[in-house]
Design a protein around this ligand. Structure first.
Ligand code: NAD
Length: 425
């Protein structure tokens, strides 16, 4: 048997169809109908697919659903969400419905400032170096703003300088933070360019050596905030409220629970970030780092009982999303989703996303504190299981319904039910 090798030189220079051929041949899958599956790039033009990433062979479609009932800062929104997970869109719609009559969500934003880090080492006198860098603030402002006249013209650019000393095992590091307002861009490329431009100057001023020059995804100068009060009678009474508070306190105190609690928030957040062509990993990294900012990993949301006895939820988290840059302007579906949301700037988009995250968390806590998550989840999940068992057309709904009736949503049960159905039982 000949050895298969993944060492393929010039793969990136091939056209997409040739790359598909080689990939399928490597996997021993040539000759079937898989090639046409790869060639169908859906709503992303094939030439764009090849431009967006390296070694492209196709696309991966994810359903886009629309969250309804969202009243945010007095304005009604329909919010597109890209997710493969059933019940995520429904959860947002349900939570938003239960606070719509009481006025919906109130949101705000701390700013649209990003941080770029410049790591300086080989410094015997870090205190001295730190102040030396700070003394050059105005020069640094000029160097940074010079990198991006478009951004400056739009009201963005360098805003502030922070210099930190980190005691690393091999010696002190002097870390400069460039704080830059990137307006409607996520800003990674914008601030990275500034950090790289500045690096040799910092070396000259301090005599040290610069290594890393890159943005921080812990974008804590770019916090999106959402809050909302759910009336007691809208959520089903004091027992539900108290159960939800207990569920929240569990996440507040326990990182094992907080990971799942925050994952639920990110179900909503990531889906909108994805639908608008933004960088999901950047938002996820920022969220989890922010959740651990106190020295332990905890809940991103806060849940309280108001003076009137209603349930108040709030969410604050880094939200570095843009309306420009990355795939936001290039992906036709992302552009369409942004048009549906009708947001005027990146801050407005961030605020809507925070409201969606809070809504998602409300639904998860409520389900957990009452029926348990599986009831709602499983009725939707049962359709996926029916599909996996091979159900087609009308069979899907019938098998799914049977699984819900039986209270057992499992593939083996679905297969048995499908067989019975086909046998006319
Ligand atoms: P970009 O560089 O494509 O666009 C930003 C530029 O657009 C600005 O610098 C400005 O010159 C111009 N611009 C035009 N109109 C603007 C407006 N209204 N507001 C602001 N700027 C405007 O994009 P970017 O946002 O700098 O970078 C985003 C990309 O960087 C994403 O694809 C992300 O995945 C990627 N990235 C992320 C990381 C990370 O998260 N760690 C690191 C590197 C790259």
């Amino acid at each position: 048997m000949t050895h298969k090798t993944s060492r393929i030189s010039g793969f990136h220079k091939l056209g997409v169809p040739e790359r598909i051929d080689q990939t399928l041949a490597f996997a021993g899958l040539e000759g079937g109908d898989l090639k046409s599956l790869f060639l169908d790039t859906g709503n992303l033009p094939a030439d764009l697919v090849d431009q967006l990433i390296e070694n492209a062979v196709g696309t991966m479609n994810i359903p886009v659903g629309v969250a309804t009932n969202l009243l945010i800062d007095g304005k009604d929104y329909l919010v597109p969400m890209a997710t493969e997970e059933s019940s995520v869109v429904a959860a947002v719609c349900n939570a938003a419905r239960q606070c719509y009559d009481a006025g919906g969500f109130i949101t705000s934003m701390s700013g649209t400032r990003m941080i770029a880090q410049v790591q300086l080492v080989g410094i015997p006198d870090p205190g001295n170096a730190r102040l030396t860098i700070l003394e050059h603030t105005e020069e640094i402002r000029a160097i940074c703003d010079d990198c991006d006249p478009v951004l400056v013209r739009l009201g963005g650019g360098f805003r502030d300088l922070e210099v930190r000393i980190i005691d690393a095992p091999s010696g002190p590091m002097v870390v400069t933070h460039l704080i830059v307002d990137t307006r409607d861009a996520m800003g990674a490329n914008a601030v990275n360019t500034m950090a790289e431009k500045l690096a040799p100057h910092i070396e000259t001023w301090t005599g040290g050596r610069v290594y890393l020059r890159i943005l921080s995804n812990l974008a804590d100068h770019r916090l999106a905030r959402a809050r909302c009060v759910w009336k007691l009678d809208a959520i089903g009474g004091a027992a539900v409220r108290d159960g939800m508070i207990k569920a929240y306190e569990f996440a507040l105190m326990d990182p094992y629970r907080a990971a799942t609690h925050n994952k639920g928030i990110m179900n909503g957040v990531t889906a909108v970030v994805m639908a608008t062509g933004n960088d999901t990993r950047a938002i996820e990294a920022g969220a989890h780092a922010y959740a651990a900012r106190k020295g332990w990993y905890s809940s991103l949301t806060q849940w309280e009982v108001t003076r009137e006895g209603d349930l108040a939820g709030s969410l604050e988290m880094p939200m570095a999303v843009g309306l420009i840059g990355g795939a936001t302007k290039l992906h036709p579906m992302a552009r369409a989703c942004l048009q549906i949301m009708d947001v005027q700037n990146a801050a407005q988009l961030s605020r809507v996303i925070a409201a969606v995250g809070l809504a998602q968390n409300f639904s998860a806590l409520k389900a957990l504190a009452t029926d348990g998550i599986q009831k709602g989840h499983m009725s939707l999940h049962s359709q996926n299981i029916a599909l996996m068992a091979g159900a087609e057309g009308e069979e899907i709904a019938r098998v799914a319904q049977r699984l819900v009736e039986l209270g057992v949503v499992r593939i083996d049960v679905a297969e048995a039910e499908l067989q019975k159905l086909r046998a006319g039982h």
